[in-house]
Structures are given as C-alpha cells and as structure tokens.
Design a protein around this ligand. Structure first.
Ligand code: FAD
Length: 385
C-alpha cells in the first residue's frame, strides 16, 4: 500500500485530539469525526469525571508537541494525598520524598477544548461533529456515520479509533478472526458529588488529592479552579453499604453522614447530586492486536479504545497520551510506513497497557484500605479543624 498522507481519527476526545496534533506535525491531513456536538460550545456532561489527574507521563507527551504549558496553566498541583479518617483526623502523605513532585488536577472539558483547539490550529486538521461512526469496512477504509442530516460515508486509507472504551471501531475489529478482546467489570460503581467553595474559598486543602478510605469502599476528591472539589464515591454495587442497598435519598444521606461526616458537612447539594448524577461502571478492557491491515486501508486503536482501565491509578488518559508518542516514534522509525508503524506501535504498547491495567486494579485495594493502616501513615499528621 502506498504510504498515505490522509488519516481519519474517530473520536475527538482527549487522545484523538492529541493524536491529531502529532500527526499534523508529521504533515498528515487529519480529519476528526466526533459523535458529540462541538465541545467548545457545549456544557460538560454531568457526573462524568469532571476533572482528572495528569502526571508526568501525560505531561511528557504534551510537552513534545508544545502543549504542556497551555494545559498546566489551568491545573492545580497536588503534591500528596490527604487521608480523611472516619473521625475527621487528617494525614498528609507526600507523593515524593522532597514533596515537590505533584500530579495535576485538570478539568476534563477544559483539557479537551485545549487539545481540540491546538489540533484545529495546525495545518491540515479539520473536525466534523455530530458524526457517530456506525460502520467500518476494514478493507476499503469506508466509514459510515449517523449525522443530524442523515447517514454519510467517507473513506480514508488510515482509520484510527480513538473513540473510547465502547469503541465502534474496535467493535468492527472484534468481528474479525484472530482478534482477542476481553472486558472485566468490577462489582463497584462510582458517583460524582460536589464540595462547593465556602465563602469563595476552597473548603479543603487544594494542594492534595483527598481520600476517604473506608475498607470496602472509598471516596476521593480533586480540586477545581472554581474552588470547588469534585468527589468520586466508589461503592460496591450490591451488598452492605452499596448503591443497591442505599437506594433512597434518605438512606444514602444517613449512611453518608455516618461514614463521611467531615465531607457531609461541606456538601449542601448532596441530595441533588445523589438524585441526578449517574452511577458509572468500572471496567478493564483488553484488546489484541491493536491494529488490522486491510486490502487498501490500515486501522488502529488508541487510548481507551485499545485499553480501558479502572481509574485508581489516574493513568488512563496519561497512558493514551503515551500511545500518541509511541505511534509518532514508530512512524519516524518506519519512514511513515503507516501499516508497519501501527503494527510496531501495538506490539510495543500492549505490555505497558496491560501492566498499568493490573496496577490500577491493585491500587484500588491500596487506596480504599491500606493507605489508612497505621503502618502506612507517614510524616505529617494534621489535626482536623
Ligand atoms: P474518551 O475520552 O472516552 O474519548 C472518546 C471520544 O470518542 C469521545 O469524545 C466520544 O464522544 C467519541 N466517540 C465515541 N464513540 C464514537 C463514535 N461511534 N463515533 C464518533 N465518535 C465517538 N485518566 C487519567 O489519566 N487520570 C485520571 O485522574 C483519570 N480519572 C478518571 C476518573 C474516572 C471516574 C474515569 C471513568 C476515568 C478516569 N480516567 C483518568 C481515564 C480517562 O478518562 C480516559 O482514559 C480518557 O478519557 C481516555 O481518552 P480517550 O480519548 O481514549 O477516550
């Protein structure tokens, strides 16, 4: 196949937009197709990971295309984690020995907008919104989309699926012989809650990722630039203290007040958040291979489409950003032989993605349980209040 200069990226989320930046820098004509309306004009979806932690792995990928400063200027550094005991006692655990290294709380919507604007600011990049991929012919690279104006078809010699955990591109590959795919759901769900600003200031220390470890369950909170905190409650789906058991506003509030008392006192909108924010699922998805070579097209997967992981290491997006770096490296090594570069990229990245998937699962046990044990508690103990 002639080395193509046109690439279709399905999904203008975090990874699709960064991939477009990398590809445009190599001189490719990139077309992004996104199911949702243009995020530059739309409000963030309620209750879907409003913020996320970006760490050095992700920052490195941003730095290589000159986007680290634009992204980090809106970020809140978190140099450690603050543990909240049931009696309200606080203990700070720094992430690095010198206390200077931090992970960064960033608004998902803001990050997506920054990356999209960066991509569209580069020569050869364009985007079509409200284009939901409904079909893909791997041999020809023909893509079918549902749009508000009806069905449309487009063709590209390279199609990259950056369309998230429930990827339509991957679904098409799954029907091909020799393609392995697995998904494992945790028996846990998550719900987002809010601690608003108090008298215009942060109600908790903004220089930490806050954790309420409660044995079989936990809550975390990350600061936002508007001085609120977005909290994520990770609870079992069934059994004692689960979403199924605490299924009315009254039961939920009573249980929450008993087990998360210090946070409860800071949450005037708890009943509203509980009623309106959905319960999200936690899934690990593994895929092999990450690419398929058709007769006249090459198809590859990036980001969650290739490797959805549970969020307990805060590495899903970071890992997807690293995919972009590796694909770029493989394109350089192969003289932009796209099918060959995709094969090399997938073979190299898979073991890293599998490893972070395992670490993320293990970190759930550590965060909800072990970080609260006496032997684990380090250094600074801060009296509540
Ligand atoms: P997505 O962000 O899901 O983007 C996919 C895009 O494709 C979307 O815009 C979607 O609309 C579009 N799309 C989907 N289907 C179609 C279709 N058929 N046609 C066209 N477009 C389509 N990661 C971190 O690094 N740090 C964190 O702290 C962190 N916290 C998290 C907390 C929670 C609760 C969760 C659930 C995840 C968290 N993650 C975190 C993981 C992170 O959100 C994902 O890894 C990241 O969003 C993956 O980016 P992506 O671009 O691959 O997929």
């Amino acid at each position: 196949m002639r080395s193509p200069r046109e690439v279709a990226v399905v999904g203008a989320g975090l990874v699709g937009c960064l991939a477009a930046c990398y590809l445009a820098r190599r001189g490719y004509e990139v077309t992004l197709y996104e199911r949702r309306p243009d995020p530059r004009h739309a409000a963030a979806e309620r209750g879907r990971s409003i913020n996320l932690a970006i760490s050095e792995r992700g920052i490195d990928a941003l730095r290589r295309v000159g986007l680290d400063e634009a992204v980090l200027k809106a970020a809140l550094p978190m140099p450690g984690r603050m543990m909240h005991a049931p009696d309200g006692t606080l203990s700070f655990q720094p992430y690095s020995a010198d206390g200077r290294r931090a992970i960064n709380s960033i608004s998902r919507a803001e990050l997506n907008r920054t990356l999209l604007e960066a991509a569209l600011g580069m020569p050869g990049v364009r985007a079509f919104f409200e284009h939901r991929l409904t079909g893909l012919d791997v041999d020809s690279g023909r893509m079918d989309f549902a749009t508000p104006g009806g069905a449309v078809s487009r063709t590209a010699p390279v199609v990259l699926g950056a369309d998230g955990a429930y990827s339509a591109v991957r679904a098409r590959l799954q029907s091909l012989p020799g393609f392995d795919f697995s998904q494992d759901y945790l028996d846990y769900g998550y719900k987002e809650l809010t601690i608003p600003a108090r008298d215009g200031e942060f109600a908790l220390d903004p220089g930490a990722l806050h954790i309420w470890p409660r044995g079989q369950a936990m809550m975390i909170a990350l600061p936002n630039p508007d001085r609120s905190f977005t909290c994520t409650l990770f609870w079992p789906k069934s059994g004692p203290g689960s979403f199924a058991e605490l299924d009315t506003a009254e039961r939920f509030a009573e249980f929450f007040a008993a087990h998360y008392a210090d946070a409860h006192a800071l949450m005037p909108d708890l009943a509203d958040d509980y009623a309106h924010n959905p319960i999200g699922h936690l899934v690990t998805m593994r895929t092999d291979p990450w690419q398929v070579r058709g007769a006249r097209a090459a198809v590859g997967l990036l980001g969650d489409a290739a490797h959805a992981i549970v969020p307990f290491y805060g590495q899903g997006a970071n890992c997807g950003f690293e995919d972009c770096v590796e694909l770029d490296r493989c394109l350089a090594e192969t003289g932009d032989d796209f099918p060959e570069a995709l094969a090399r990229y997938g073979a190299r990245r898979k073991e890293h993605a599998d490893t972070i998937a395992e670490l993320a699962l293990a970190n759930f046990v550590e965060m909800r349980d072990k970080v609260a044990s006496r032997s684990f508690l380090l250094q600074k103990r801060v009296e509540h209040g």
